[in-house]
Write a protein that binds this ligand. Structure first.
Ligand code: ZN
Length: 711
């Protein structure tokens, strides 16, 4: 469920657009739908003018043209930046430095986002390749910008005249300072050297994992429980032994199905020994130590403080408080989930007394199959794509006070792509556009994502606002065997998630591209979309979203929904507890000092404490925990963090009426329109009218306020 921030530089496109009227004020604090006034005739004229100036995207590039446009844009942007950097200190103002840089970077992003997007969707292989190359070039260029000391110096002493300028100044400064531009040349050189060493360790760690060939040899008897055709497909040793790898194609299948406990133990031990031959644990330990040194040169207490500065969490201590606050309550659900697994184990083997780590996947999978199995093909029949899509549009437009209108004969990159206008329902003003590219094609991006293409910002002296443009990209089942495209319920949930990003990207009213749309703190950006994943689990909403493909009036039956909910809730306590374990492990390593740590022992101790099961002896899980060496360092907490705040926001919507337009309008005004104009935590408090808490998250897991974990 990706949200693609293809704009590493935050901002927009060439500002030839002069809109006829100022958009509705972003400081509307009444939080009620208010008509802007004017007659419908006026609005038609205004919308026609807006349409004429809208920046929609092209896909009809001649060979080499996209590359040429990309290079020209980079070249012109560099020149414009050089001019700002060259302004003598005594002539600098906030207008000719900070605000000029903002406009340049916004123009640049608006120029190149539609180009790089072609790398994901173009039907022409050559154009697609040019789009991808452009993305690499843009990525490198933006790294260069944020390490330029002359640019940093040009605006760093600017004096903000209002709250939006102050926020822009802070966010822009932070982007440069995270790269060390506040430091002296000497210290910065040390930081760069340590960062280069760190990058080497990280690359080595993941290379080691990629080339790891750990496997186990079993006899056919030892693989009892696995499908016969799977066993037949395995490679054999010279002695006829069956070779099972630790890759995704083998490992989960064996852990979920092998009846023999010793087989599972051996398999898990092999899996949790990946990377040990190549000393990955040592590489992790060294990386953690280097990170600690970098953080301290950068003026932070530890790596977690460095990484979380500028995020919603703000510092490592806040993250640890948050995680520790979940610990005892989650343990309640974890222990009850594991007790069910142990009871099931005793049913299978009356002599069983304890649950082993290597039993958990097997028992979970088998119990789920016995008690919660769902006929996914039957569920699909209730979700034809056209019913789901029109239902989704209806839900979002009613809830947020919008009207979507398809643009007929729009220029698009593939005939099955559609373009829509977004209007304010209350006064019909055109406010944004989105493209919908729902079905798979050869060469197209293979997952679901939301791409911002033109960002929202004020673009004229008179306060006129650009029309944001975004695209939802998905890969829904194409029609098959005479049946229409039928979606799995998971796909419906994904669509709600991604469309949540589209709304964040297009309904923005923030004045600067750097502060607009979904350019929010990294540990908040998923929360709105995670909240919206709750919608397709509500019976009322499913009435709009479902309709049997042979008779659309037949909605998803209530008993089927109940079974789906029970299946979703199965083992949820244990699953969230595992996330808590990983997050706490990450934060434990990254809030410590720079001496080398025994990363394996720390993990084993935490595993026992958090999960409540003895960890499998002999394992070295950290040697293969790629997240901590692949960008999630001091960031693993984000998954639980945004889930907890997503559920807290969700609790504001009446459960029997998730389309409630009053709450929806507040959500639009406070969360979606403001983007990054204010700290995420403050937006959250304003929306909730209180401090955020984890109560709604616990309620979702059926954990009561006074529940205590068993001793
Ligand atoms: Zn997402």
């Amino acid at each position: 469920m990706n949200y693609i921030a293809s704009n590493k530089l935050r901002s927009l496109a060439s500002i030839s657009i002069i809109l006829l009227m100022a958009s509705c004020s972003s400081s509307d604090s009444a939080l009620r739908p208010v008509a802007n006034g004017g007659t419908s005739g006026d609005k038609k004229v205004i919308n026609a003018a807006l349409r004429a100036e809208a920046k929609l995207i092209r896909s009809d590039y001649k060979p080499g043209e996209l590359t040429e446009l990309c290079n020209t844009s980079i070249k012109n942007t560099k020149q414009a930046l050089d001019q700002v950097a060259a302004i003598p200190a005594e002539q600098r103002t906030i207008d000719n430095t900070l605000l000029a840089l903002e406009k340049i970077s916004a123009d640049f992003t608006d120029e190149v986002s539609p180009l790089t997007f072609m790398g994901y969707v173009s039907t022409d292989e050559a154009i697609s390749a040019e789009g991808s190359n452009c993305e690499s070039a843009v990525g490198q260029f933006s790294v260069d910008i944020y390490t330029r000391r002359d640019l940093y110096q040009s605006f760093v002493n600017a004096v903000a005249r209002n709250a939006d300028e102050a926020r822009l100044l802070k966010v822009t400064k932070d982007s440069f300072e995270k790269n060390g531009l506040k430091l002296s040349d000497e210290i910065l050189a040390q930081v760069r050297q340590l960062k280069a060493q760190l990058a080497e360790k990280e690359t080595q760690f993941s290379t080691n994992l990629n080339i790891d060939k750990t496997s186990v040899v079993f006899s056919a008897d030892e693989l009892a429980g696995l499908p016969a055709d799977y066993i037949a497909s395995l490679k054999k040793t010279d002695n006829g032994g069956l070779i099972v790898t630790t890759k995704e194609s083998d490992y989960p299948l064996v852990m979920q199905n092998a009846v023999n406990a010793e087989t599972r133990r051996k398999m898990m031990l092999a899996y949790l020994s990946r990377g040990t031959q190549t000393n990955n644990s040592k590489l992790l330990s060294e990386a953690v130590s280097l990170r600690s040194k970098i953080a301290s040169l950068m003026g932070y207490k530890n790596w977690a403080d460095y990484k979380t500065d500028g995020r919603m969490a703000q510092n490592g201590a806040n993250v640890l408080n948050f995680l520790n606050g979940l610990k005892s309550k989650l343990a309640v659900r974890d222990q009850s989930d594991l007790a069910k697994l142990l009871a099931f184990k005793k049913e299978l083997d009356p002599s069983a007394t304890v649950l082993n780590q290597s039993d958990i996947s097997y028992l979970s999978y088998q119990l789920q199959k016995r008690d919660f199995s769902l006929d996914n093909e039957k569920i699909r029949e209730y979700f034809p794509a056209d019913v789901v899509i029109s239902g989704l549009f209806k839900v979002y437009s009613e809830m947020l006070g919008l009207r979507f209108e398809e643009v007929k004969d729009a220029k698009v990159w593939s005939p099955d792509v559609h373009l829509y206008e977004i209007h304010n329902a209350v006064d019909d003003q055109l406010i944004a556009y989105f493209y919908a590219d729902f079905f798979p094609r050869a060469g197209k991006y293979g997952h679901a994502a939301a791409f911002p293409l033109i960002s929202g910002r004020v673009i004229g002296e008179n306060g006129a606002y650009s029309l944001p443009v975004a695209s939802i990209v998905a890969n829904l089942n194409p029609p098959l065997n005479g049946k229409p495209s039928l979606l799995a319920h998971d796909d419906v949930v994904t669509m709600f998630h991604e469309f949540g990003h589209i709304m964040h990207q297009t309904l923005t009213r923030a004045p600067y591209a750097t502060l607009s749309g979904s350019s929010v703190a990294q540990d908040f950006v998923e929360a709105p979309s995670q909240m919206l994943e709750n919608w397709p689990w509500s019976a009322n909403i499913l009435n709009s979203l479902s309709g049997h493909y042979l008779d659309h009036s037949k909605k998803l039956p209530a008993d089927l929904l109940e079974k789906m909910i029970a299946a979703r809730e199965f083992n949820q306590g244990y699953n969230y507890t595992k996330q808590l374990l990983y997050a706490l492990y990450d934060m434990t390593l990254h809030t410590a000092g720079s001496e080398l740590q025994d990363v394996n022992q720390i993990y084993l101790d935490l595993y026992k404490q958090i999960i409540g099961v003895e960890p499998l002896a002999g394992q070295q899980f950290p040697a293969s925990f790629g997240h901590l060496m692949g960008g999630y360092d001091a960031g693993y907490y984000g998954y639980l963090w945004s889930e907890v705040y997503a559920q807290d926001m969700f609790s504001m919507f009446p459960s029997d009426n998730l389309m409630n337009p009053i709450v929806g309008y507040r959500y639009r005004k406070i969360i979606l329109e403001k983007g990054n104009q204010t700290e995420a935590l403050d937006l959250l408090k304003e929306f909730l009218n209180r401090e955020p808490n984890a109560d709604a998250f616990f309620r979702k897991l059926h954990i009561q306020p006074d529940d205590q974990p068993p001793k």
